[in-house]
Structure formats: C-alpha cells, structure tokens
Design a protein around this ligand. Structure first.
Ligand code: NDP
Ligand code: MG
Length: 390
C-alpha cells in the first residue's frame, strides 16, 4: 500500500453529511489520520459520541446553550469549548497542544469562515468543503494560504476533479474549466412549476445525498454559481474561462480543456468519500471506503447546456466573480437568508434567486476589501434581503 502521510486532524462540521463521511474515511485509513478536534453547531449528542469514538482532545459547539450538556457527556480527558469564538479557539488549542496539522472545513455557510481562516493563518493544510469561505473571502484566504504554506485541497467533487485534471498540463496550457452540474431535481421542470416548488421537492436530489442547504442550492443551481466563484479562486482562473455543463448522471465530476483541444475529465461514482479521501491522502491514492463505479451494465453519459432562463441563480455566480470585491460575500449571505426563508415557508422557491439577484444588483462593491469590510457586506446583504420582502 502507498504510504499515506500521518495527519492530526480537526474536523469542523463533524456531525454533518461531509463530517460523518470524513469520519468513515478516516476509520478506513488504519490509524494514519488521528482525529484531535471536532466541531459542530448544535448536535451536542452526536458530537459527544464522536468524541468517545475518536478520542478527540478538543471539541467545540457553536451553540453555547448546549455547552453544559455537552461537557457532561464527554470523556473526562476531552476539553469542551463553545460559541463562535470557541470554534476558532478549537483550531488554536488543537494546533498548539495536540499538533494538529490538517483541518477538514465542513461547517455549512458563512459560519465556517472564521475557524477556516484561523487554520490557514496557523499554516495548517485544509481540506475545503465549506465553499462559502472562498466565495466570501477568496481574496484574503488564497494569498494568506500561500504566505503561510497552507495547502488548500478541494473536497467539493467538481473542484477535486479539476484539481486532478490539472495535473495533465501547466496553468498556462489551460483553455477552459468545465464544471459539471447534475441539474438538480427540477432539470426538466417548467419555469412556472419551479417557481412554486415545495421544500420537500427541492430536498429530493436525484444523484447526491447531502445536507439540506447545499441540496436547496443544487435545486436553484446557486450551488453551481457558488462553485464558479470557488473555482475562480482555487485555480486562479478568470471567470471567462469557466463554463458550466449539465450532466445528469453525476459521473463526470468536471473537466479541463487544454490549449491543444484535449479535454481531461475525472469520473467516479457520486460518492463524496472519494474526494474527501483524496484531499486527506494527497498526493497518495489508497483503497478506501468509497464506492467503485460499476460498468457491468450499459451506461450513457449525457451533457447539455445549462438553462439560464429557468435557473437565473447561475448567472449570479458569474456576475459576482466578474465584479469581485465584496460581491461574493453579498451573493452568499443573501442566498443563505433566502434559503432559510424558503425552508421556513416564508417565500416561494423562485424568490430565492430573484431576491438574491436584487440584493446583489443593489450592492456597491468595495475593491480589495478587508475582512471587516467583507463581514460588513455580509451583514448588509442579510438585512437588505429581509427588507426586500416588505
Ligand atoms: P450539513 O448540514 O450536513 O452539516 C453542516 C455541519 O455544520 C454540521 O456539522 C453542523 O452542526 C455544522 N454547523 C452548522 N452551523 C454551525 C455553526 N454556526 N457553528 C458550528 N458548526 C455549525 O452540511 P454538509 O455536510 O452537506 O455541507 C457542509 C459544507 O460542505 C457546506 O459548505 C457544503 O456546501 C459543502 N459541501 C457539501 C457536499 C455534500 O455532499 N454534502 C458536497 C460539496 C460541498 P449541527 O448539525 O450539529 O448543528
Ligand atoms: Mg460540488
């Protein structure tokens, strides 16, 4: 077996879909990766169970009201932290006292940014699932990672695919990046039907099993919009050279076209354990728990252009990436609030894209923003989106 570098791991968002898959992957790596820190939002019981299973030295819970219950349920040797600051402190304590050298960033939404940023600041390598961090603050995270020697390894399946395909040439030899999209549950629906889709319909993803926020984002195709911005930062690629293709089978995870016309693609079963494991073991590849794609039956792979009329959210990613500055923070924050309102039954599905577009359209972007300005833009967008409903 290829030698895998041993790692001491912090998992941010360990109780979620990516977090749990990460623990499965770690379990199959035969002790080469040791979990030293775990963090979640409010699922204190699952978090305590994970601390018992892994022997993690540090755990943090975002929602402080669960601190006492969490503390009581933990092994005696585990230190508990709480609140938004507790997540950042977890990274510091795990780094300083438990030699953590790798952070798997899988908290959902803007809540994941501060601890991810701290892990980069501390020079830890990052397995990045929390794409929202890059959408908001790519202009700060990317140069900081270079300066601190922190490797940013994509977990998002499309970006993991592109990362792998890019090994076939140099940056200057790339013509285009193709991000594939399943098209979500409404791929064939009319605009009128999409507009009135219910929460249950939006949560029924045809190919991927994921947490609720990204599942709704896939239904609006806002997920792909966020991924365009993510790709722009991760691969230092002008947005004009990034394209989106709908591929309903979710087998081709993304592709890179080189200047000679060759297109290199990465294929596999739609199973997040593959990109999670690759981000953890890179540059090594080892057998693990991910599903192997079966070719025993006939299989066709289809590709079609995305429809900007029925999925207007997609254009917002290109717009935000082109305008830069604080636009990514605004796009992400407005979408987060709109998704919450939709899930709470307060707005129609179609309004997620429309309201987010309105907020982004009204935004006066600030060039080369500081973290404080990005946070202010995030707050402004949240209030503005609430205001749009009145
Ligand atoms: P889930 O909703 O399944 O999990 C989210 C995790 O974040 C949970 O552990 C949750 O804890 C934690 N969390 C939420 N809010 C906070 C907070 N304020 N403070 C601390 N922790 C918090 O989401 P996913 O696993 O699906 O997605 C995670 C990230 O990975 C997202 O950014 C998503 O875009 C990205 N991603 C996911 C993919 C997937 O297949 N799922 C694919 C590609 C990217 P708790 O539940 O205990 O409150
Ligand atoms: Mg993806």
């Amino acid at each position: 077996m290829t030698q895998v570098r041993s790692r001491r791991l912090v998992i941010l968002g360990s109780t979620g879909s990516i977090g749990r898959s990460t623990l499965d992957v770690v379990g199959a790596l035969n002790g080469t990766v040791r979990v030293v820190g775990l963090a979640a939002g409010s699922g204190w019981e699952a978090l305590a169970r994970q601390a018992h299973d892994t022997g993690a030295e540090y755990v943090a819970i975002g929602d402080e009201s669960h601190y006492d219950r969490l503390r009581a349920a933990l092994p005696a040797a585990t230190t508990a932290l709480a609140g938004a600051d507790g997540l950042v402190e977890l990274v510091d304590r795990a780094r300083d006292a438990a030699d953590a050298d790798y952070t798997l960033s899988a908290i959902v939404g803007a809540a994941g940014l501060p601890a991810t940023l701290r892990a980069v600041e501390r020079g830890m390598d990052i397995g990045l699932a929390n794409k929202e961090s890059l959408v908001i603050a790519g202009s700060i995270l990317m140069p900081l990672a270079r300066e601190r020697g922190a490797a940013l390894l994509p977990v998002d399946s499309e970006h993991s695919a592109i990362f792998q395909c890019l090994h076939s040439g140099t940056h200057a030899e790339v013509r285009r990046l193709f991000l594939t999209a399943s098209g979500g549950p409404f791929r064939k629906w009319s605009a009128e039907r999409i507009d009135a889709a219910t929460v249950d319909e939006a949560l029924a993803h045809p190919t991927w099993s994921m947490g609720p926020k990204i599942t709704i984002d896939s239904a609006t195709m806002m997920n792909k919009a966020l991924e365009v911005v993510e790709a722009r930062w991760l691969f230092d690629m002008p947005v004009e050279r990034i394209e989106v293709l709908v591929h309903p089978e979710s087998i081709v995870h993304s592709m890179v076209e080189f200047v000679d016309g060759s297109i290199v693609a990465q294929l596999g079963a739609p199973d997040m354990k593959t990109p999670i494991q690759y981000a953890l073991t890179y540059p090594a590849r080892v057998a693990g728990v991910a599903t192997s794609l079966s070719w025993s039956a006939a299989r066709s792979l289809n590709f079609e252009p995305a429809d900007p009329q029925r999925f207007p959210a997609l254009a917002l990613g290109f717009d935000a990436a082109r305008r830069g500055g604080t636009c990514g923070a605004v796009l992400n924050a407005a979408n987060e609030v709109a998704v919450e309102l939709f899930r709470a039954g307060k707005i129609r599905f179609g309004e997620i894209g429309r309201l987010t577009a309105r907020v982004l359209g009204r935004h006066q972007s600030i060039e080369s923003p500081t973290l404080k300005q990005l946070t202010a833009a995030d707050q402004w967008a949240r209030q503005e989106l609430q205001g749009c409903r009145i």
